[in-house]
Design a protein around this ligand. Structure first.
Ligand code: G3I
Length: 357
């Protein structure tokens, strides 16, 4: 018992982040980036941000300075997921996420939290949970409320539930949450998050709004029914991991249908694949880069057309082509983001600006 206590205490000290009630020293930033008044965000009438990699913010000055200048909102690409924050039942690890929050504070950025409840990036102890539903409900509530309370007043908004629907279809995914807690885990997640921070804006986030009506309608019906029941949901996140040849009609339908809920709309993970065919050995040419710019412009223009009070903002999923998840995931070259791997703006950058002109 004693041995176990010291082992846990040493682990906690090593991680500098154990237990919800303890206070930890503020992270010390490598440099303090200034609050930027120019950059892309300043040219747009709604917040503009990116998902960021905390290691690059810490260790790569070009990356850090680019984010500091161009964005006024950030999402943690991975640092606020359950596997990162809550690796075992009684252990929460805050260092990386706190570092990002401090970076955002010093450089004047909003922080959007991603994500409290998801079927991926779960620690093994949650994914393989094998106890009673009542015990799991308590774990679920404590997980949500410990994280939301830790960031209360610092994280403006949360993706409370992420990707509850199956890939293409309208059926709920059989995640560990749904299997043990039932379909209404979604509503309760929002209630628990709201109890922990009544000022935080709470989003349901998913992908595939632009695939077609099946998944889109399922998502919109869920969100509308939560709203009708008085569940505290304030926004809808559409990830929009899209491709250069997605149809205008599908992109427009995704944006206008989300807006029809009356909730805030976040394009939360935007990237535009230029090689969805996964062809090996190709390059981005000036012509394809220009084509990508027209797609960014189209999406931004459609988004700019929804009511101002519903425009929560647009977030790209990471910053430069060199940091994107897409080439690794597809196993093929790709260039989905508005900055190239040398931290230079691409034609897509100008396309985004033209989308609001
Ligand atoms: O941190 C470990 C590292 O210690 C280890 O050496 C390395 C070996 O592979 O893995 C690292 O973890 C990886 C992590 O990214 C950080 O790079 C995970 O294996 C990998 O699964 C994880 O992928 C992330 C993925 O979500 C799963 O969480 C991607 O970076 C991230 O872009 C992606 O983001 C998701 C959104 O959260 C939800 N919507 C879709 C989007 C794209 O898949």
């Amino acid at each position: 018992m004693k041995k176990h206590f010291w082992k846990t205490a040493l682990l906690c000290l090593g991680l500098a982040a154990c237990g919800k009630e303890e206070e930890f020293p503020k992270p010390v930033l490598v440099t303090t980036p200034p609050v930027s008044t120019d950059g892309l965000h300043a040219k747009l009438p709604f917040p503009f941000g990116a998902a960021v990699n905390v290691n690059l913010i810490r260790n790569n000055a070009q990356y850090r300075n680019l984010v500091a200048k161009e964005m006024n909102s950030i999402t943690a690409e991975n640092a606020m997921k359950p596997a990162a924050l809550h690796p075992s039942k009684d252990l929460y690890v805050w260092n990386d996420a706190d570092y990002l929050v401090e970076f955002a504070k010093q450089s004047g950025k909003r922080v959007h939290g991603h994500t409290l409840i998801w079927h991926q990036s779960l620690p093994a102890w949650l994914e393989n949970y094998n106890g009673t539903p009542a015990e799991f409900e308590q774990i679920f509530k404590t997980h949500i409320q410990t994280i939301v309370s830790h960031f209360k007043g610092k994280v403006a908004s949360w993706d409370v539930v992420n990707e509850a629907f199956e890939n293409e279809g309208g059926t709920l995914r059989n995640s560990v949450w749904r299997r043990i807690l039932g379909d209404d885990y979604i509503a309760r997640a929002f209630q628990y998050a709201h109890e922990a921070d009544p000022a935080a804006l709470l989003f349901y986030n998913d992908y595939g709004h632009e695939y077609g009506p099946t998944k889109r309608n399922a998502i919109i019906n869920l969100v509308n029914s939560l709203k009708a029941r008085g569940i505290p949901i304030h926004g809808i996140g559409m990830q929009m991991h899209t491709r250069y040849n997605q149809s205008d009609a599908n992109l427009t339908a995704a944006i206008t249908t989300a807006a029809s809920t009356g909730l805030k709309v976040h394009i939360s993970e935007l990237d535009i694949s230029m090689n969805p065919e996964k062809t090996q050995g190709i390059m981005l040419t000036p012509a394809t880069a220009q084509l990508q710019a027209t797609r960014y412009k189209f999406i931004v223009k459609a988004y700019n057309g929804i009511p101002k009070e519903q425009q929560f903002g647009i977030t790209t999923w990471n910053v430069t082509d060199g940091d994107s998840w897409v080439p690794g995931f597809n196993g093929a070259p790709d260039w989905p983001l508005p900055f190239d791997k040398n931290y230079q703006p691409k034609p897509a950058y100008q396309g985004i600006i033209e989308g609001v002109q």
